[in-house]
Design a protein around this ligand. Structure first.
Ligand code: FES
Length: 105
């Protein structure tokens, strides 16, 4: 298991950008307070979503946002509900919360 981050890393913005083995990940929490992890790659251009480190969520922390185009992705399943990649989705990655650490499975 490779650790992505600690729960406390999510406090400031509600999300965290982790880089492991050359792959970038978006880590955030679902409504059940369990981690939701996606590859940090927009389905339509294949670029990273954030412009500022760890700033992946909208102000209400209801959606993951593409900072380049304002596209909105559901936190629960990564589906794009508005923007140029509507009806596509972020690629989910299996993860586990153990103690205060979120890790790739
Ligand atoms: S790169 Fe696809 S919505 Fe911004």
């Amino acid at each position: 298991m490779k650790e992505l981050c600690k729960l406390e890393d999510l406090q400031e913005t509600g999300a965290f950008g982790a880089d492991i083995d050359g792959q970038s990940y978006i880590v955030t929490l679902g409504e059940d307070n369990l981690p939701r992890v996606y590859k940090n790659s927009c389905p339509h251009l294949g670029i990273q979503l954030e412009m500022m480190p760890d700033h992946f969520l909208d102000d209400q922390r209801q959606f993951i946002v593409c900072a380049n185009h304002g596209a909105l992705f559901q936190i629960e399943d990564g589906q794009c509900v508005a923007g140029p990649c509507r009806n596509q989705g972020l690629t989910p990655v299996k993860s586990i919360l153990k103690g205060d650490a979120i890790s790739l499975i």
